[in-house]
Structure formats: structure tokens, C-alpha cells
Write a protein that binds this ligand. Structure first.
Ligand code: NAD
Ligand code: MG
Length: 360
């Protein structure tokens, strides 16, 4: 593998720190830039000998300055949108963990990707799995894709029980260890809703051809059904270092320290349909995606505000979905021409949601 200069955005997070492990294991991977939201990066930058460092602010300035071969966008939330568009527009390989940016900016991102002509390698485990199952297949051979969902910590809770779950319970994910925002999204299934929209933009498939299935052990990371009745699945233990390494070392698929599946220990491969009644954010995301325009942006923005309010104990878990639904009902969802207009749509949905938050 030739040397690759990597801009690591979101370096202090869950994905960011696992990416640093992958980078340490592959000498050709060089960090050329580091960014985070608020935590200081001086010690890490000194250790890695990185001169381009930024905390908060406009990440595109950092990217202009360091000229990376790969942008690993592991920022959380809409804050990652500028970096996603920058990489796609410049034809620089984008290793994308920051699904919110592709959801919010889908149409702008796909247009920038076409103009830039670079690689977009998903880091989200389901989409990395799908990318691998789809690679090299003619689109007319594909019937549909299935995104697997663990079901989160509340898979078996009733509507009544969901009223009183605590932040602590919601943060205890059964199969994945992740940052707080995506962990709450996994408990509400908003994460799978975001992933549905992410898959639509990544693979150019109509929403009717993207299905979600609950698979509690998270061993099957996703599946593709082909028109001849065959399906290909991607299996592995739930460990983000695998999709991170796949994206950073693409197309070489370097070794990682993650063991292959041990079938002798027995494997549970159970699947069940998601319950839209208990997890309304999943159908809400599907509707937002199908409506298009800035509905996905509004879905994401309202969800970010609601999740932050839940994490601050300002609202109950069961109120998150209602806030998102209200925001989707109140915005006009019209398409945007550029990032400035998208930022306005994002801010409008945030304002609407903030206003509806119950007083502390
Ligand atoms: P995290 O909260 O652990 O880390 C987020 C990182 O983003 C931190 O380094 C934080 O400082 C940085 N950040 C926040 N705001 C920023 C800003 N304005 N500018 C620059 N940096 C900023 O989150 P995470 O779990 O690592 O998730 C990161 C992204 O990857 C999310 O979009 C998430 O949905 C996605 N993802 C995560 C996992 C996982 O296993 N953690 C799996 C799939 C996808
Ligand atoms: Mg995922």
C-alpha cells in the first residue's frame, strides 16, 4: 500500500480513537490533520507529529491546508456536513462515519460526489457490509437490501415501559460500544432511520427496496438480495475497527486484531421485523426520506436537539419521537441549492424543536 495522508475529524470520539488504533497498525497510514469539537488535541498532535490541528470551527480550512488523500469524517452530527461536501467536491476519498451529514445534505452530497468523482467509502458497519456485498455487481441484478438493527436495549420493552426508561439504561447498548448520541439513536431506532436514508444516497436505491430487519446479536451486518433469489450477507463480530480498517486500507483489506467468527461456539442468527408502534422514529425517517427535499435534514436536526435534551434529562425518552414528528409537520421541506440554504433549513428545524421543549 502506498502512503495515505489521513485527515482524522472527530479524533477524540469512539470512532476517532478506534481509527487511531487502525492507523497505528498500518505504517503507511499517516495522520496529516486532527480535529475535534471541544477537547484539546495538543498531546495527541505532538505524539503523532501532526501540524494541522483544529478544535471546532470550519473544518474545510483545515482540509484546504493539509491536502489529505483520505478524509475520515468521524464528527458527530450536522457539524460534519462541511467536511463531507469538501471531500466529495474535491474528489478526495471520503471514509464516512458521520452519517448525519449524508442524511442532511443528501442531494447536495450526491451532486458534489458526481462532480468530484472520488471514492465514498462507508464506515457505518451496515453500509460497509453492503458496499462489500454490492461491489462489482450490475445494478439490474440487485433486488433489495436489508439493513440489520440490533433492536437496542429496549427491543422487548412495552410502550408503557418506554415511558420511564432512564438515560443510563438507554446508554447501555447490548452489542456495540459507541458515542452517546448514536447510542440513544440506536435505542429509539432513529439510527436505523438515518441509516435507511444514508443507504438511499450511498447506493442510489429507491426506499421501497431498502428494508430493515431486527437481528439482536449484530453478527450479520447487512444483506443484499439479488433478482435470482440469492442473498449475500456480511458476517463478523460487532467491532468498528473492521469497517474502519476496510475504508482506510481500501482496496487492500489489511489484517486487524479482530478475530474471525468462531462457529464452534454456536451462533444465534435470529431475525424479526421492527415494531413501528414502539419505535416510531424508523417510519418517520422513511417518510422524511421519501418526501425528500430538506425533510431528511429536518428529521436529523430535530432528532439531534431532542436527543441532546434527553441526555440532559430535560425530556423523557418517549418524547423524542413526538418532537421529531412535530418538526417534520412544521417545516416546508423545500429543496436547497447550496450549503448556506441547507444550514438555514437545519437551523429552522432546530429552532422549532427547541421551542417545543418543555421548560426544565
Ligand atoms: P463521539 O461522540 O464518540 O465522538 C464525536 C467526535 O466528534 C468527537 O471527537 C468530538 O469532539 C467531535 N466533534 C463534535 N462536534 C464537532 C465539531 N463541531 N467539529 C469537529 N469535531 C466535532 O461519536 P462517535 O460514536 O465516534 O460517532 C461519530 C460518528 O460516527 C457519528 O456520526 C456516528 O453516527 C457515526 N458512527 C459511529 C459508530 C460507533 O461505533 N461509534 C458506528 C457507526 C457510525
Ligand atoms: Mg450502523
Amino acid at each position: 500500500m502506498r502512503e495515505k495522508r489521513i485527515a482524522l475529524l472527530g479524533a477524540t470520539g469512539s470512532i476517532g480513537s478506534q481509527a487511531l488504533e487502525v492507523i497505528a497498525a498500518n505504517p503507511e497510514l499517516i495522520v496529516c490533520a486532527l480535529a475535534a469539537g471541544s477537547q484539546p488535541l495538543d498531546a495527541l498532535a505532538a505524539k503523532l507529529g501532526v501540524e494541522h490541528v483544529q478544535v471546532g470551527g470550519d473544518l474545510t480550512e483545515l482540509l484546504d491546508a493539509c491536502e489529505p488523500d483520505v478524509v475520515l469524517n468521524a464528527v458527530v452530527g450536522f457539524a460534519g456536513v462541511g467536511a463531507t461536501l469538501w471531500a466529495l467536491e474535491h474528489g478526495v476519498t471520503l471514509a464516512l462515519a458521520n452519517k448525519e451529514s449524508l442524511v442532511a445534505a443528501g442531494d447536495l452530497a450526491v451532486a458534489a460526489w458526481k462532480r468530484g468523482g472520488g471514492l465514498l467509502l462507508p464506515v457505518d458497519s451496515e453500509h460497509s457490509a453492503l458496499f462489500q456485498c454490492l461491489e462489482g455487481r450490475a445494478s439490474e441484478t440487485i433486488d433489495s437490501i436489508l439493513l440489520t438493527a440490533s433492536g437496542g436495549p429496549f427491543r422487548n420493552r412495552s410502550v408503557e415501559e418506554l415511558e420511564s426508561v432512564t438515560v443510563e439504561e438507554a446508554l447501555a447498548h447490548p452489542t456495540w460500544s459507541m458515542g452517546p448520541k448514536i447510542t440513544i439513536d440506536s435505542a429509539t431506532l432513529a439510527n436505523k432511520g438515518l441509516e435507511l436514508i444514508e443507504a438511499h444516497y450511498l447506493f442510489g436505491l429507491a426506499y421501497e427496496r431498502i428494508e430493515v430487519v431486527v437481528h439482536p446479536t449484530s453478527v450479520v451486518h447487512s444483506l443484499v438480495r439479488f433478482r435470482d433469489g440469492a442473498a449475500l450477507a456480511h458476517l463478523g463480530y460487532p467491532d468498528m475497527r473492521v469497517p474502519i480498517s476496510f475504508a482506510l486500507t481500501y482496496p487492500e483489506r489489511r489484517a486487524t486484531s479482530v478475530p474471525g467468527i468462531d462457529f464452534s461456539a454456536g451462533l444465534q442468527l435470529e431475525f424479526e421485523p421492527p415494531d413501528p408502534g414502539r419505535f416510531p422514529l424508523l417510519p418517520l425517517a422513511r417518510t422524511a426520506g421519501q418526501r425528500g427535499g430538506t425533510y431528511p435534514c429536518a428529521f436529523n436536526a430535530a432528532n439531534e436537539v431532542a436527543v441532546a435534551a434527553f441526555l440532559d434529562s430535560r425530556i423523557r425518552f418517549s418524547e423524542i419521537a413526538g418532537l421529531v414528528e412535530d418538526a417534520l409537520g412544521a417545516v416546508d421541506g423545500a429543496s436547497v441549492r447550496d450549503l448556506a440554504e441547507l444550514v438555514e433549513a437545519d437551523e429552522e428545524a432546530r429552532r422549532l424543536t427547541e421551542r417545543r421543549l418543555a421548560p426544565v
